[in-house]
Each structure stands twice: as C-alpha cells, then as structure tokens.
Design a protein around this ligand. Structure first.
Ligand SMILES: Cc1cc2nc3c(=O)[nH]c(=O)nc-3n(C[C@H](O)[C@H](O)[C@H](O)COP(=O)(O)OP(=O)(O)OC[C@H]3O[C@@H](n4cnc5c(N)ncnc54)[C@H](O)[C@@H]3O)c2cc1C
Length: 316
C-alpha cells in the first residue's frame, strides 16, 4: 500500500515541525516554500517558550503543554540548541494573566526585591530557550533524515497542488491568508538587537513596561533584546532610534548588558490573527488543513500545533 502524500506549504518553524510529525507517522512528505526558515520570520524569533500575541484559541493550553514537553525532551540533546533556562516575567498591573503558568511545572512568585521599579509582582519560571541558529538547521536535518522532500518554489493557488498531494497543509505564516482567501491575517512588527553573550543565562520579559515592550533573552551565543509590537506595520527595516530605545530599556532591566558588543540587528513581521487557524478547509480540489496565525508564539506552539495537525488529519 502506498503511503499518503502530504504537502506542507511553508518551511518556517511551523511548517518544518508539521512535516516532521507527518513523516514520523509514516506519510510521504513534501515541503514547498520560497524561503528557508532562516530567511523567514522564524529566523528573527527570540525564541523563548512563552505565549505572546497568540490569540484566544480554546486549544491554546493543550498546544502550550505539548510543545513545552517536546522542547523539554529536546533540551536533553545539546545538538538541538534547546536549553531550559530560568527567568522572570515582570508584572506591572495587579491581576496580570497567569494562565500560562499552568503549562509550566517549575514556576514560583518572584521576590519583589528582584524586580524593577514600578513592578507590582512577577513570576520566576524555567522554560525552554531556543538558540534559533542551532535549532532551525537541526530541525531541517531531522526532516531530511526522515526523507522529507524540499522544493523551493512559490505556490500561487492551493488547488494547483491537487495532482501531486492527497493532503495539503497551509503553514505559510503571514502569507497563508492569500492562499485560502482569508483576509484576517495582519502583521505585528518586531525589532531586535543581538548582543554578545559573556555567559548570561537568565531571561526577563517586561511586556507592560510603560516605556515599551521589553525583553532580554540570552541564548548560547547572543542575547536578544527587544522589542516593539507594531500592529499593522509592514516595515521590515531596522530603525536605529528604536534600537537605541530598546537598548536603554533592556539595560535598565539588566545592567550587565551595558557596553556589550552588538552582533546583529533585525526586524520581522509576526504572523498574527485573532485566533490561530488550525482546521480543515473545505471546497478545494484537494483536502486542506490550515495551520497559521501564531503571532509572537510560533516557536512556542510549534510542536503542539504540529501534533494537533497530524491528529486532525487522522490515519492515512
Ligand atoms: C522580533 C520577533 C521576536 C519573536 N520572538 C518569539 C519568541 O520569543 N517565541 C516565539 O514563539 N515566537 C517568537 N516570534 C514569532 C515567531 O517568529 C513566529 O510566530 C513564527 O516564526 C512563525 O512561523 P511560521 O512558520 O508560521 O512562518 P514563517 O517563519 O514566516 O514561515 C513561512 C514560510 O512559508 C513560506 N511561504 C509563504 N507563502 C508561500 C507561498 N505562497 N508559496 C511558497 N512558500 C510560501 C515562506 O517561504 C516560509 O518558508 C518572534 C517574532 C519576531 C518578529
């Protein structure tokens, strides 16, 4: 019996994870994409496991738990680029949303004395931090080892794939809507500056900082400092004034950053939607499943959503 032919449109972190899972399940998998993960917004991600601008999906908690569990397993293998690191979520208002803590076994109330001026509380937690320049090549190689086939081309219409696939998964990030006549996608612009890492491991997020969204994510070779959340902005240029402001806020949070050399800088568009779309899409010449709209949480949710897509597809 020949195996089901699954074509995944998109080679970002979401598409690669889905391809990996279908291949493990025994399907014959092709990934079609016009950009590699490193050339996509997946290469810009900070990438700390944390739900940020991921919409209001009812399955969010399940995807968070499944992803965290997978990343935790991957952290046992140094080659993956995944590490479990402790850090702190700063809260600026009483009653901040802590639902995410249900997905994190190792968390506790932060000591107020460890928090910046203006914070009212905080949560100290251990979560996966993904050194993306190690992780994406590792994930790509895993897919290749599982015989996933890669084709570099632009897909104009999903129906064009009808002859070559039994199932198409659209995981094309911000451009997914173009393929499925869905106009609910919108960009949320982000900008980061990466500093040399002298050995810092503790991360910090301060989303409600009155001077602007701020996070510091130390990875293996660099420290990612962000950020901005430009809703509706399509601008992918790095803005020097924004970078200076990011560095000022990040250094105020973590004074040890002062004077560290800048390694690189980047801007990218988070593929946002009010709710992540993970469902069958009817009325195409081929069965289609959509998996997109992960906002600022595409890495965080990648494994959980990939597992859910394979569950939704059912057996071949
Ligand atoms: C500054 C910044 C910081 C971030 N930090 C984090 C973080 O700490 N944690 C976290 O979880 N997330 C973070 N994110 C969000 C994360 O980067 C995204 O949610 C995630 O990368 C989305 O992955 P994706 O695979 O859906 O899309 P993408 O990475 O954009 O990949 C899309 C793929 O689809 C392909 N494609 C699209 N249309 C077509 C077509 N018509 N034909 C062929 N191929 C097509 C592209 O070529 C590409 O391969 C951050 C984002 C930014 C900008």
């Amino acid at each position: 019996m020949s195996s089901r032919r699954v074509t995944v449109v998109g080679a970002g972190v979401v598409g690669l994870s889905i391809a990996h899972e279908f291949s493990l399940a025994g399907d014959t998998v092709t990934v079609i994409a016009d950009r590699s993960a490193a050339e996509s917004v997946s290469g810009v991600a900070a990438a700390v496991w944390f739900p940020y601008r991921s919409g209001a999906s009812v399955s969010l908690m399940s995807w968070l738990v499944r992803s965290r569990t997978r990343f935790e397993q991957l952290a046992a293998d140094h080659a993956t680029g995944v590490d479990l690191r402790q850090g702190v979520v700063v809260e600026r208002h009483p009653g901040a949303d802590r639902t995410w803590t249900a997905a994190v076994p190792d968390h506790r109330e932060a000591d107020l004395g460890d928090l910046p001026l203006g914070a009212v509380a905080g949560v100290r937690a251990t979560v996966p931090v993904i050194s993306i320049s190690h992780y994406l090549p590792w994930l790509l190689k895993r897919c290749e080892d599982l015989d996933v086939r890669f084709v570099r081309r632009t897909v104009a219409r999903v129906d064009d794939l009808a002859g070559e696939a039994d199932l198409v998964v659209v995981a094309a990030g911000l451009r997914s809507g173009d393929l499925l006549d869905d106009d609910t996608m919108f960009p949320v612009r982000g900008q980061v500056v990466r500093l040399a890492n002298p050995g810092i491991t503790a991360w910090v997020t301060d989303d409600d900082n009155p001077d602007g969204l701020t996070y510091v994510v130390p990875r293996r070779e660099d420290i990612v400092c962000g950020g901005v959340a430009g809703v509706g902005s399509w601008d992918t240029e790095v803005d020097p004034e924004t970078e200076r402001a990011i560095l000022r806020r990040a250094t105020a949070l973590m004074p040890a950053l002062a004077g560290l050399p800048v390694l690189s800088r980047d801007a990218g568009l988070r593929p946002a939607r009010d709710t992540i779309r993970l469902e069958h899409v009817e009325e195409h010449a081929v069965p289609v499943i959509a998996c997109y709209g992960h906002g600022g949480s595409g890495v965080t949710l990648s494994w959980g959503c990939a597992e859910a897509v394979v569950d939704l597809a059912g057996p071949a």
